[in-house]
Design a binder for this molecule. Structure first.
Ligand code: DCP
Ligand code: CA
Ligand code: CA
Length: 360
């Protein structure tokens, strides 16, 4: 899920001065040249009714609120950071894996603790909303989906104090009618280019020839847009400051395609990888092998586990299976062999996952 605080800076101001709640409130970044030069940082929903928006010049916001009993305040970043830290601590407690993005937003992977159930996710959000109201006193909106991308788009659909749940089977029906700039990465310039191509909705983009997209936007963006429009996103939620993967590679004493012989090598690689994971307190969910063959071609295989794990046995078992399958498919000898683990998460969250898994 993605959680995003409602009209965040303005809501923080309301928190320390509840009398503001009755009035349109505009937070401004004052450039200081003249009294009204600068831009709107954000505004509460009462002010938005008058057409005030983030990024708008302050003088324009003043004009829109002429004759209205509105309040204009300068940004107080330090204070908002304090509130943000407090909120993020609460949100973190509801996640298997937690990733803050920006001052008022975070992704929560809750898959394990809700046992993959969207109904349980809904109940979890209800609990979280009460908890945050009691502990901090603010509202936020939530998008729940089968992946980050869908959660993000869902979150924007209903605000403030919203909750939008999009189940896997409803992803396409949900995304298709929305304007294409609801997708992350479709800014003003890209939107213009897409409009020229006749792409207005996410559905238009999903149907658009991927080859053409690659020609227009390059391969990385072109493929991303195609996948995003189809609701496809494999990015894991990741704790900040953690590596994406840990890997080791080594050269065999002699070229070989003998399973037992190659396993001797991978056993020492997996031991090293496991040691590093233990040191850093990380679990893994994806295991991959990479083989450099005698003709110098490089092949790889990977597998995602049902649960995150941190045992050496699980790592070795998966490597063995991948290797067995690989050797069946290839009759060229292996020169170098590597092992990689990814989708890493802090051990404590695995603990939490296990607790929730056993109904704690
Ligand atoms: N912000 C800013 N200038 C912008 C956009 C945002 O200074 N152009 C700041 C103020 C916002 C905060 O970042 O409060 C979070 O941005 P959001 O886009 O999440 O907007 P809000 O939280 O203000 O409103 P919403 O309820 O739509 O999420
Ligand atoms: Ca927000
Ligand atoms: Ca935000």
């Amino acid at each position: 899920m993605l959680v995003d605080l409602d009209y965040f800076f303005a809501q923080c101001e309301e928190l320390r001065n509840p009398a503001l709640k009755e009035k349109p409130v505009v937070i401004g970044v004052y450039s200081g040249r003249t009294e009204d030069s600068g831009a709107v940082s954000t505004a509460n929903y009462a002010a938005r009714k008058y057409g005030v928006k983030s990024g708008m010049p302050l003088f324009l916001a003043k004009r829109k609120l002429e004759g209205v009993d509105a309040v204009f305040l300068p940004v107080d970043h330090e204070y908002y950071e304090q509130i943000s830290d407090k909120l993020m601590r609460v949100f973190r407690g509801y996640a298997d894996v937690f990733e803050q993005v920006g001052i008022d937003e975070a992704y929560l992977d809750v898959t394990c603790r809700v046992h993959g159930s969207f109904d349980e996710a809904k109940a979890l959000v209800a609990q979280m909303k009460v908890d945050v109201r009691n502990q901090v006193g603010v509202t936020f909106s939530v998008g729940v989906g089968p992946n980050r991308l869908v959660a993000k788009v869902a979150c924007d659909v209903q605000k403030p104090d919203g909750l939008t749940i999009v189940r896997a089977e409803d992803v396409n029906a949900f995304l298709q009618p929305l304007p294409v700039d609801r997708l992350i990465g479709v800014g003003r310039k890209t939107l213009q280019r897409m409009t020229e191509l006749g792409v207005k909705t996410i559905g238009d983009l999903a149907k658009f020839d991927v080859q053409r997209l690659v020609e227009v936007f390059g391969s990385t963006l072109g493929v991303y847009f195609h996948n995003a429009a189809n609701g496809v996103d494999d990015e894991p939620v990741r704790e900040a400051g953690e590596p994406e993967s840990v890997s080791r590679i080594g050269t065999l004493k002699q070229d070989s395609r003998d399973l037992t012989f190659i396993l001797e090598k991978t056993d020492s690689l997996t031991a090293e990888i496991h040691g590093e994971l233990v040191k850093k307190g990380l679990s893994f969910r994806q295991v991959g092998i990479i083989a450099v063959l005698t003709d110098l071609t490089v092949r790889s295989r990977s597998q995602t586990l049902e649960q995150p794990t941190r045992t050496l046995e699980a790592l070795r078992k998966t490597v063995r299976e991948l290797l067995e399958r690989f050797l069946e498919d290839s009759d060229i000898e292996v020169r170098r062999i590597g092992v990689k683990v990814s989708q890493l998460a802090k051990e404590e969250s695995v603990q939490k996952r296990l607790e929730s898994f056993f109904g704690n």
